[in-house]
Write a protein that binds this ligand. Structure first.
Ligand SMILES: Cc1cc2nc3c(=O)[nH]c(=O)nc-3n(C[C@H](O)[C@H](O)[C@H](O)COP(=O)(O)OP(=O)(O)OC[C@H]3O[C@@H](n4cnc5c(N)ncnc54)[C@H](O)[C@@H]3O)c2cc1C
Length: 376
C-alpha cells in the first residue's frame, strides 16, 4: 500500500477557476481551500473520504445536478506510472489516460495531482431533510419520485432509510424509530432553495425535520459523525435502477424492512441534470441513462453478525437485479464478488477500451489491489 495521506495540499488559481489537488487530499481539504473564495468542485457527501478514490470511480455528491460527477470536473492529472515515470494526462496529452481516470479507478498509476474545474457556490444553501416514518414509505417515495422528475438541475437528492439512534442529540421519543429521509440540496441561494424544496417537507407529518440553511462546507460534513473512522463493520453494495414505479418502491420498502442491523442505511439516489448530459463514451464511467441508484449500506458492530449482514445485502441485491440496469457503482461495489463484477459494472464496450489503456500504462498489472481491469 502506498500511503498518500501526507500529500494533501490544495492550490487554487488566481482566476478562481481551477483547483490543483494532491493525490492524498480529502474532500474536507478541498472544501477548506475553495469555499472561502465562494467556489467548489463536486465531491461526495462526507468530508473524510479521499478525493482520489471517489473521483477515479465517478464521485456522486450534492452538486451533481448542476455540475455532474466529480470525474466530469477533472481537467487534467499528473500520474506516476508503473514504470516510475511522471506523466501528464489532459485533453491534449495522453488523452486516453484522462478518459480512463474518469471512472476507471486506481488501475493506471498513482495520481499525485488532480486539476479540477471550480464553480461558484452560494454562501448559504438549503439542506432539506424531512424524515418521515418508514411505515409511510410506500406513500412518500412515489411523491418524492414525481417531485424529482420535474425538479430543476439545482436539486440533487436521495431518499434514505435509517433508524434514529438512541442519542441525546435526537428527541427521546424518536429513538429507535425507522424513517425515510428525503435529503435534498438546492445548489443556489438558500432563500430560493427553501421555496423550491418546500413541497418535500409537506408530504405529511414528518417525524423529524433536519432541514436548515448552511454553508457548503458545513453541508459537506453534516453526515461525518455517522461514520467515525474504524468503529463499524460495513458492507455496501449498489445497483442502478432502470425505473422506480410503485411496484419497485414497494419491493424496496419490503426488503429494506428486513435489515438485520438498525445501523444500516439504504438509499435511493436520483440522477439527472448535468450527470446525464455527458455522453456514455466521453468518460470511463460510461452510460448515464440510469434514473436512480439503490445502495444497500449494511453497518454493524459485532463480527459475529458479519454473515447475517453481508448475506442480507447480497440477497436483497440479487433479487433487485430484476429492476436493475445490470450495472453498479464501483465505489459501492460489495467485496469478493467474483471476477465478472468489474467487467459487468463497465459493460463490454467500456471494459474493452479500458483494457487497452491498461495495457498501454500498466501492462503487467502492478496496480491490481483495486476494482481490477486486466490488461488486454
Ligand atoms: C463514509 C463513506 C461515505 C461515502 N460517501 C460517498 C459519496 O457521497 N459519494 C461517492 O461517490 N462515494 C462515496 N463513498 C465511496 C467512496 O467514493 C469510496 O470509498 C472511495 O474508494 C473512497 O476513496 P479514498 O481515496 O478515500 O479511498 P482509498 O481506500 O484510499 O482508495 C480507494 C482506491 O482508490 C485508488 N486510489 C486511491 N488514491 C489513489 C491515487 N492517489 N492514485 C490512484 N489511485 C488511487 C486505489 O485503487 C485505492 O484502492 C463513501 C465511502 C465512505 C466510507
Amino acid at each position: 500500500m502506498i500511503d498518500m495521506s501526507a500529500m494533501n495540499a490544495v492550490h487554487i488559481t488566481p482566476g478562481l477557476d481551477r483547483a490543483y489537488v494532491e493525490g492524498g487530499a480529502t474532500w474536507g481539504d478541498v472544501d477548506a481551500a475553495t469555499t472561502p473564495f465562494g467556489r467548489a468542485t463536486p465531491g461526495g457527501l462526507i468530508s473524510m473520504t479521499g478525493v482520489a478514490g471517489l473521483t477515479l470511480s465517478g464521485g456522486i455528491g450534492w452538486l451533481r445536478g448542476t455540475h455532474g460527477l466529480s470525474c466530469d470536473n477533472l481537467v487534467a492529472a499528473d500520474v506516476v506510472t508503473a514504470d516510475g515515470d511522471l506523466i501528464h494526462a489532459s485533453e491534449t496529452e495522453n488523452a486516453d489516460l484522462l478518459w480512463a481516470l474518469k471512472g476507471g479507478g486506481g488501475n493506471f498509476g498513482i495520481v499525485v495531482n488532480f486539476e479540477f474545474r471550480l464553480h461558484p457556490v452560494a454562501e448559504e444553501l438549503i439542506f432539506c431533510a424531512p424524515a418521515y416514518p418508514e411505515e409511510r414509505a410506500n406513500d412518500i417515495l412515489p411523491k418524492w419520485r414525481d417531485y424529482m422528475a420535474t425538479a430543476p438541475d439545482e436539486i440533487s437528492g436521495l431518499a434514505e432509510f435509517s433508524t434514529i439512534p438512541g442519542d441525546p442529540a435526537y428527541p427521546e421519543p424518536t429513538w429507535g424509530k425507522r424513517v425515510v429521509t428525503l435529503a435534498t440540496v438546492y445548489d443556489g441561494p438558500a432563500e430560493v432553495g427553501e421555496r423550491v424544496t418546500q413541497p418535500l417537507r409537506s408530504l405529511g407529518e414528518p417525524l423529524l425535520d433536519f432541514s436548515g440553511r448552511m454553508s457548503y462546507r458545513a453541508l459537506q460534513s453534516i453526515y461525518d459523525e455517522m461514520f467515525p473512522k474504524g468503529r463499524d463493520r460495513c458492507y455496501w453494495k449498489s445497483t442502478y435502477l432502470a425505473g422506480l414505479d410503485n411496484g419497485v418502491v414497494a419491493e424496496i420498502t419490503r426488503r429494506v424492512a428486513t435489515r438485520p442491523s438498525e445501523m444500516t442505511l439504504a438509499s435511493i439516489w436520483k440522477f439527472g441534470g448535468a450527470v446525464q448530459r455527458v455522453a456514455a463514451d466521453a468518460t470511463a464511467f460510461g452510460d448515464r441513462s440510469m434514473p436512480f441508484m439503490l445502495s444497500l449500506d449494511a453497518i454493524w458492530s459485532d463480527p459475529a453478525d458479519d454473515e447475517a449482514n453481508i448475506g442480507w445485502v447480497r440477497d436483497v441485491w440479487r433479487d433487485m437485479q430484476l429492476y436493475s440496469t445490470g450495472r453498479l457503482y464501483l465505489n459501492f461495489p460489495g467485496l469478493g464478488e467474483g471476477e465478472n463484477l468489474v467487467r459487468d459494472a463497465f459493460g463490454a464496450e467500456t471494459y474493452a477500451r479500458l483494457q487497452m489503456v491498461k495495457r498501454a500504462y500498466d501492462p503487467h498489472n502492478l496496480f491490481h489491489m483495486n476494482q481490477n481491469i486486466l490488461p488486454r
